[in-house]
Each structure stands twice: as C-alpha cells, then as structure tokens.
Design a protein around this ligand. Structure first.
Ligand SMILES: NC(=O)c1ccc[n+]([C@@H]2O[C@H](COP(=O)([O-])OP(=O)(O)OC[C@H]3O[C@@H](n4cnc5c(N)ncnc54)[C@H](OP(=O)(O)O)[C@@H]3O)[C@@H](O)[C@H]2O)c1
Length: 494
C-alpha cells in the first residue's frame, strides 16, 4: 500500500487535502500533525476522515517540525489512540510508555538521519519488543549497499516491517519494499512537498513504478549512474513493461564512482536481472563482464548488462542505435553498408562519442573529431583512426554528416548550438544526441537548411528499445516509449 504524507500548517488544509487524496483513490494517509502551526485539534482531524490514516507527530530531532513540549506531544498521540485512529506512529523511546488501546495499530519507529548503522537487526529486535503491529526503520543511505542491508532486514523480519533508506541513494528501498512484503511505503502527493529526503511522489510510485503490482515475482532492472535523478531510463523502460504487461520494474540506482565494486557485489543478492549503465560507469563496468559483444570491446565501454546466476554479459546499444539511425537516414538496408567517401564531423569527445566514432569508422567514413579539450580529440583520433581538429576550427570543414555529441543546446542552454546555421549544408545529415529538448537550436537550424535530421530522442528511444530487447527477449513497444519520453521531457520543470 502507498501511504501519502500530509504536512500542512492549518487544520482546514489538512482536512481538505485528506478529502482530496481519498477522492483520488489514496487508501492511507499519514497526518503529520507536527506541521500544524496552531494548537492541534486531533478530534477535528479525525472525526469525518474520508480514508484511514496514521497520526504522526515528529520532533525536530527525528526530522519533524514539532517544537512544543514533549508531554503535550505524547498527549496528542494518546488522544489520537483514544479517538480510534487507524494507526499511530510511536518512536522507539516513547512506545513503551504509550500502551496499546482499542483498535489502533502501532507503528513503532526508529529514525537515523546520519547513517544506516551496522546493527539494524539489533534495532529491529529492540523495536519488536515494544508491542508493534508494524516496525518501521528509516535511516540515511550513503552507499548503495545500505539498500541491500535494509531490504534483507525487511525480507527476513518475522513481523511486518517497513525499512526505508533515506536520501537519493536510498530510493530503491522505497520502491522495492513491496517485493519483500513491507506493509506500506510512503510518498508525497506533490513533487515539491517532500516530507522526507528521497521521497517519491504518489503518481511516480503508482504510475511509473506500479508499486501496487510489485510482488515477490517481480523482476528487477535498473540504471546505475551518478547523478541519476534526471535519468530517463525509468520512464521509457517502465512504460514498456507496463505496455506489455510484464511483471518487471526499472529502478534508478544512484551509484557513486567509488561504490561500483560494492554495488556489483549486491547485484546477485538483490537478484537484479539487467542494468542500463551510464556516466560514470560505462568503462569501469568492463571489469565485471564475463562476456561482451564486439562493439563493447571495440568501444571500450558497455551501456547495458545482463545478469544470470553464472555470468554478466555486456552490450553497447548506443553503438547499435547509432548504426540504426545511419541506416534510416541513408535508407540502407544492410547494417554494415559502407560510408566510404562521406565525411563526418563528430563534436565532443565523451562517452557517447566513442560509440559514434566506432560506428562511423566501421562503416569507413572519413571522420573528423573536434573536442573542446584537444588532447581528448587526439586520443580518440588515434584510437578510432580518425582526424583530430581544434574545437575553434570546426566550422572550416564541409562535412556530409554532423554529429553533436556534446551537451550544447541542452536545457536550460537552449539558445546555444555547437555548429552555426550558415555552415550547415543543404541536404547534409545532422544528428543531435541532445534529447532535452528534442527540438534543439541545432535541430531547428538543420531543418531550416533542409538537412536530414536525427534527434536525440530518436537515438535515445532506439538505444533503450535495444536494451529492452536484451532485457526481455521481446520487441520493444517503441511508439509508447517515445510518446511517454516526449511527454515527460515536455512537462519537465527544472
Ligand atoms: N540520445 C542518446 O541516446 C544519448 C545517449 C548518451 C548521451 N547523450 C547525450 O549526449 C551528450 C554527451 O553525452 P556523453 O555521455 O558523451 O557526455 P560526456 O562523457 O560528459 O562528454 C561530453 C563531451 O562534451 C564536451 N563538452 C561539454 N560541454 C561543452 C561545451 N560547452 N563546449 C564544447 N564541448 C563541450 C566535453 O568536453 P570536455 O571533455 O572538454 O569537458 C566532452 O567531450 C549529452 O547531452 C547526453 O545527454 C544522448
């Protein structure tokens, strides 16, 4: 069950939001009465409640807003129990002093905003001795491995347990709790009103991650990246899983560079089936591969891995997606059809450029690489047998194909372009890897010059569709993925 938290300063706003949420189909809300700025009237909040609720009153030390006297806080909680509230949240230091009464269920909770301590089991044991119906432990995650420890705690617990790691690194515990029988997870209704670090919105929990459908049989996939917050992998993959009715979920795993080792150790324990791999792990991931396709070795990076009990296999779908878009613009049917005699200019010397350079060189195009850091251009040119040029010389050439593999033009710098309109030749091919927005200034200029254009959305959807095919063995619902991606990009507020 998804419990939506309400933190409002005035009674009438709490009551109105409770009503609204119940009308939206929410089954359980948490009334954070510590947010109420006047004297709290529990009776008023509970008398005509439109759906079940938890009453919680957090002190500042536990991440709440309560600044009144402690006796007063305890009286509020006792009053909520006397009024027959469905659930009451009692912190571990007071749970022993507030006895069970009536039908009210007791959530005995423990919070640690500093870390996820080593002795989670001990804490759980202590909480279990305080007459709980539900044990709740919320700790701050600093490393991906904290998620595994928390989820294992939930899975092995003898009584219903909510185990949440807070912070962005802890997001997987919020989504995956249900797979290990956690009785509920918490969400916020409005994205901007998060009452705990790392909390997701009800809409994202329900529609994007389909929390209510997650069960012990749900296969786990995800993306490893740092940062991961703006990654659109969850949008396209969860849309595709939903579209085909697959019991699979795609999770954002924030994995800092130094934590890849410990993350890969937990991959089997969490039974993760496949991952999309992006900055900063595309190269380092190669250490863990038992098998890799030719492109992974040629590029020196993988963006997709598949796991089973015995091995980890790597793929590079950026490369295959780029090849597919080349086929599309050249109307080539044969995947390896030569581009002999064509000149391509690749702008940027980062991760995605490598896949692009590899694809262009395999098809025998004459490739110029311009990177802001010239040494980088030289290094890539040596590796992929192409010509390095200075960044400021990029307009001096007259290429048949221009590829932007820099973030220039990306939101919010939408008025920037890496290649001036006047230098775009009519009929040439322009491929922009930036997908947010889709209609970059480069794309607009290229269309005005009657160039053949491939957008970053075209490339992104294609590489994700190829990943999806590796993950599931089924054809990807590309149209649905594209539509949802465009909707999310169009609606995104940064
Ligand atoms: N459509 C898709 O499927 C897809 C897939 C992957 C990536 N992308 C997009 O492709 C772009 C590059 O991604 P990436 O993974 O290759 O990133 P990356 O590894 O960070 O590389 C970015 C490259 O762009 C250069 N650069 C950055 N800002 C620049 C500027 N203002 N002027 C000139 N050069 C600049 C960087 O130069 P320095 O080395 O000098 O910093 C670096 O060479 C991003 O916009 C990303 O969102 C799209």
């Amino acid at each position: 069950m998804i419990c939506v938290c309400i933190g409002r300063g005035r009674h009438k706003h709490v009551i109105a939001e409770h009503q609204y949420l119940a009308e939206q189909g929410v089954k359980l809300v948490e009334l954070r009465v510590d947010y109420i700025r006047s004297r709290v009237n529990i009776k008023r909040l509970l008398s005509d409640r439109p759906c079940p609720c938890i009453v919680t009153c957090r002190r500042e030390a536990d991440g709440g807003q309560w600044m009144g006297r402690e006796e007063e806080r305890r009286l509020l909680l006792r009053t909520a129990i006397a009024e027959g509230v469905d659930y009451v949240d009692l912190e571990d230091d007071i749970a022993g002093e507030i006895p069970r009464y009536g039908k009210t269920k007791r959530i005995v909770s423990h919070h640690n905003f500093r870390e996820t301590p080593d002795d989670l089991e001990k804490i759980h044991e202590r909480l279990s001795g305080l007459d709980p119906d539900i044990v709740k432990i919320a700790t701050m995650a600093h490393r991906p491995i904290d998620n595994l420890r928390m989820l294992q705690l939930v899975q092995n617990a003898k009584r219903p347990t909510i185990g949440i790691c807070m912070g962005e690194i802890g997001t997987p515990t919020r989504i995956l709790g249900g797979r290990y029988d956690a009785p509920l997870t918490y969400a916020t209704f409005q994205h901007e009103l998060k009452l705990a670090p790392g909390q997701l919105s009800y809409k994202a929990m329900r529609e994007l991650y389909r929390y209510e459908q997650i069960n012990a049989e749900t296969d786990i996939y995800g993306v490893i990246a740092d940062p991961v917050a703006q990654n659109l992998g969850p949008v396209v993959h969860n849309t595709a899983f939903r579209e085909l009715g697959l019991n699979k979920v795609f999770i954002p795993f924030r994995v800092p560079q130094d934590d890849l080792i410990s993350f890969m150790e937990m991959v089997q324990d969490l039974d993760i089936k496949g991952l999309s791999v992006t900055i900063p792990h595309k190269e380092e991931i190669l250490r863990y591969l038992v098998q890799a396709d030719g492109a992974v070795r040629g590029i020196g990076g993988a963006n997709t891995i598949l796991m089973d009990q015995r091995s980890i296999v790597g793929f590079n779908t950026d490369y295959r997606a780029f090849n597919d878009v080349l086929n599309q613009v050249f109307s080539h049917h044969d995947e390896g059809q030569s581009l002999w005699g064509k000149t391509a200019l690749v702008l940027g010397g980062g991760g995605v450029s490598k896949a692009i350079l590899y694809a262009l060189r395999r098809r025998e195009a004459d490739v110029l690489i311009a990177a802001r850091t010239f040494d980088r251009a030289v290094e890539l040119a040596e590796r992929f047998k192409c010509r390095p040029i200075q960044w400021y010389d990029r307009l001096k050439y007259d290429p048949d194909i221009v590829v932007n593999a820099t973030p220039i033009g990306m939101h919010p710098n939408v008025d920037e372009t890496p290649f001036d309109r006047a230098h775009l030749r009519r009929g040439s091919i322009v491929i922009d890897s930036v997908y947010n927005p889709e209609q970059t200034l480069l794309v607009k200029h290229a269309r005005e010059q009657n160039c053949r254009v491939v957008t970053g959305v075209d490339m992104f959807v294609r590489q994700a569709a190829l990943q999806f095919e590796h993950f599931t063995g089924q054809a990807a619902p590309e149209d649905a993925m594209r539509t949802e991606l465009k909707r999310v990009i169009g609606a995104a507020k940064y």
